[in-house]
Design a binder for this molecule. Structure first.
Ligand code: IMP
Ligand code: MG
Length: 190
């Protein structure tokens, strides 16, 4: 699709299979929480997805279609890799958080867990609101030898090596999010 792509790391079929598994697993776990409260899975107002914009857009769209729960969305924008940077500059909120999460079961969804600062920031702010539960899910988790993330997510799709990846929602300088596979850019393209 683009000549700047060096290779495919995870192809669309593997992504689809793993996303389906994750969606079913998470829906089962949230469903168990609801059952423990004596609440039906189709009760309104109990489950909220909080995708971290913009990278989680494509992942969350596929994920929720594998989750047979009554749920709503509240989005949040966080930036950590502004412009052409390929190293985290620290997570900063770029939008207000949904402010009606008290008592709800919340799933924070991001494209990738790298330093962990983004997930940590969002999960802590949601906990402070008094959510009934806060779960976190990243499609990818980057493994950097000797540098564990400051926060671990509850659910992850794939562990990947320390490479900068694009596609399936992930960008470089705002582009490549529409690639159907997760790919590695050529070094000279960054
Ligand atoms: P963290 O706060 O360092 O965990 O970074 C998470 C955020 O950084 C994600 O939401 C992504 O937007 C971005 N990010 C980290 N690694 C990559 C990558 O390899 N490609 C594209 N975006 C990345
Ligand atoms: Mg992001």
């Amino acid at each position: 699709m683009f000549p700047e792509i060096e290779r495919v790391l995870i192809d669309r079929d593997r992504i689809a299979e793993r996303v389906r598994e994750l969606g079913e697993e998470i829906a089962r776990d949230i469903g168990a929480d609801l059952a423990a409260e004596g609440v039906a899975k189709d009760s309104p107002g109990r489950v909220v997805m909080v995708p971290v914009l913009t990278g989680a857009l494509i992942f969350v769209a596929d994920l929720v279609r594998c989750m047979p729960l009554k749920l709503s969305f509240g989005v949040v924008a966080v930036s950590s890799y502004p412009g052409k940077s390929v190293a985290s500059k620290g997570a900063a909120l770029r939008s207000a958080l949904p402010d009606d999460l008290a008592g709800r079961h919340v799933l924070v969804v991001d494209d990738i867990l790298d330093s962990g600062q983004t997930m940590k920031l969002v999960a802590e702010l949601i906990r402070e609101q008094g959510a009934a539960s806060v779960r976190t899910c990243a499609l990818l988790r980057k493994a950097i030898p000797g540098k564990p993330p400051v926060f671990e997510c509850d659910y992850k799709g794939f562990d990947i090596p320390d490479e900068f990846v694009v596609g399936y929602g992930l960008d470089y300088d705002g582009y490549y999010r529409n690639l159907p596979d997760i790919t590695v850019l050529k070094g000279e393209a960054m």
